[in-house]
Structures are given as structure tokens and as C-alpha cells.
Ligand binder design. Structure first.
Ligand code: GLP
Length: 281
């Protein structure tokens, strides 16, 4: 039988995850106390304030490194951030000409011009509105014939960029990041996943019906996300409050994929007061 560890496929993160696994087996994990790094948490009053704070961090990254690699996300949460970035581009404060972007995920089977595809989302919310070179914006190819090949291609692409400088993340109601759904292992690289019913339910609001939500999606793996130099997680709304508590105050477990972020050395969580209401104090 194939050797298994907490990381779904083999690689140089193996030891890291094995160590993590041992800590889990040991019972209560005291990650917060054992580790040297502390997550920064910014509480905003509103979605608008959350968006502005998070956009400011992306602004800072782009000023410090104009040719940075930004890892980008879709969903309702980042829309306000992209609006802010566009505003700052329009006022001449931001220049995207040297930036490279790589997106977290894409539905399998959707064409780039399908208005529910994540490529379409990124074009309409950001790329078509700023001076980015579109040939340096990457999203998995929803129409790739061979899923395995597409995953390999996407991983190789990220490696060739030298990794991600700043990764923007949202969080799903079940704790997913990208489309890394809850499971038994943390998947390291890009993979094609069967979406959980709860994810299809949550995302059907963007489609005519739940039946139209694709059943499969490509997602960057947890290993790749963890290799980003900085992580910026945004969260908004009361309905995310309990998963935020589970992810950041609970055990690190692949059953709550976002919990792995407790192990990253540079994570900033920006949330509105509703989303952070259960981790205050
Ligand atoms: C989707 C995306 C995730 C996103 C999450 C939360 O399924 N694949 O990348 O973070 O859902 O989305 P929202 O911000 O709309 O709540």
C-alpha cells in the first residue's frame, strides 16, 4: 500500500506534516503556545472597512515589490478588495504592469468566457480594469482534457514563478481554502476535487440552480498555499464566525483545511466584527 502521511502526496513538506501529525496524536495541541509565530488579526467594523484594510496590504506588497506574484481568490469576500485596487489604479497610485497573478482555483468544465468561471470573475472584477499584462495572469484551465496533466502544469507554473509572495484567501463554510475540501489528508499540490454538497449549496447562489454548479474543480494544494511567503485571509459575515473559531482556535486537522494556517509563519486575518465575533476576548 502507498505510504500515507498528512500530506496527500509526497514531497519536501513530508517531515513538517509528520511532525504535525505526531502532535495531533499526542492529544491537545498547544500550537498557539509552542510555535514562535503569531497570527495578526485585524477586526473591521464593516465589509467595506475589511476590504480597505486588506487592499492596503496588497497595495503595500505591490509598492515594496512591483514585480510580485500575487495569489488571488474569488468569491464574494474579495470583491470589495478588487474594487479598491481598481480605484487606486485609476488615481495613479497603483501600477500592475509588472505584477504576475496566480489564482487558487477553477471549476472543471467551465470555459473562460462562461460568466460563472473564475477566469471570467477575475477578468471582470480586476484584470480588465487595470493595466495588468493578461498573459501574466494564471487560472487553472477549466477545459483541460486531462485533469492530471493540468494539475502538473499548474504546479510547474507556480514553481517557475518562484512561488507566491502574497496569497489572498477566503474561507468556505466548511473550512475549505481554495477548493481544498475537508478530508483525511492535506493535499500538497494542485488537484482536481469533487466538491462537497455543502460547497455546491453555498455556491449555487451564483448559478441558475444547484444542478448547474460543476461537481469538480481544480485547486491549488495546501502545500503550495503554505509555501506562500505571506498569507492574507479575509472573512466576513456572522455565518462564518463558527468556522473561523474552529479553524484558528481548534486543532490543526485536514477535517478543517484552513486550520493548517495556524502553522504558517506570516498570516494576517482581516475580518469584519461579525465574522470575528466568536474569537474575541
Ligand atoms: C469558494 C471558493 C473559495 C472561497 C470560498 C468562500 O468556494 N472556491 O476560494 O474562498 O468559496 O467564498 P465567499 O467569499 O463567497 O464566501
Amino acid at each position: 500500500m502507498e505510504e500515507r502521511n498528512l500530506c496527500g502526496n509526497k514531497g519536501n513538506m513530508k517531515e513538517f506534516f509528520v511532525l504535525l501529525q505526531r502532535r495531533e496524536i499526542g492529544g491537545d495541541i498547544q500550537l498557539k503556545k509552542e510555535r514562535e509565530f503569531t497570527m495578526r488579526i485585524y477586526k473591521a467594523e464593516t465589509y467595506e472597512e475589511m476590504s480597505k484594510k486588506a487592499a492596503n496590504m496588497i497595495f503595500a506588497q505591490m509598492i515594496l515589490k512591483p514585480d510580485c506574484v500575487l495569489g488571488l481568490a474569488t468569491g464574494s469576500s474579495p470583491v470589495g478588495i478588487y474594487d479598491r485596487l481598481v480605484e487606486w489604479y485609476q488615481t495613479g497610485d497603483l501600477d500592475f504592469s509588472q505584477v504576475t497573478t496566480v489564482n487558487l482555483d477553477e471549476y472543471r468544465g467551465l470555459a473562460p468566457d462562461n460568466d460563472q468561471s473564475y477566469r471570467y470573475f477575475m477578468n471582470s472584477h480586476l484584470f480588465d480594469r487595470v493595466n495588468i499584462d493578461k498573459s501574466r495572469t494564471f487560472v487553472p484551465d477549466g477545459l483541460a482534457e486531462n485533469a492530471e496533466e493540468e494539475c502538473k502544469r499548474y504546479d510547474a507554473l507556480i514553481q517557475s514563478m518562484g512561488g507566491v509572495d502574497l496569497q489572498l484567501l477566503g474561507i468556505g463554510h466548511n473550512g475549505h481554502i481554495g477548493f481544498n475540501e475537508p478530508g483525511d489528508v492535506f493535499e500538497k499540490g494542485t488537484h482536481c476535487v469533487a466538491l462537497q454538497k455543502s460547497t455546491i449549496e453555498a455556491n449555487k447562489r451564483f448559478f441558475a440552480s444547484a444542478e448547474e454548479v460543476p461537481e469538480y474543480a481544480y485547486t491549488m494544494g495546501i502545500g503550495t498555499i503554505m509555501q506562500a511567503k505571506k498569507i492574507l485571509l479575509i472573512v466576513s459575515g456572522k455565518e462564518k464566525a463558527s468556522i473561523v473559531k474552529e479553524a484558528f482556535l481548534g486543532p490543526v486537522t485536514p477535517a478543517v483545511p484552513a486550520s493548517i494556517l495556524q502553522m504558517h509563519r506570516d498570516v494576517t486575518l482581516v475580518g469584519d466584527k461579525d465574522a470575528l465575533s466568536e474569537i474575541e476576548g
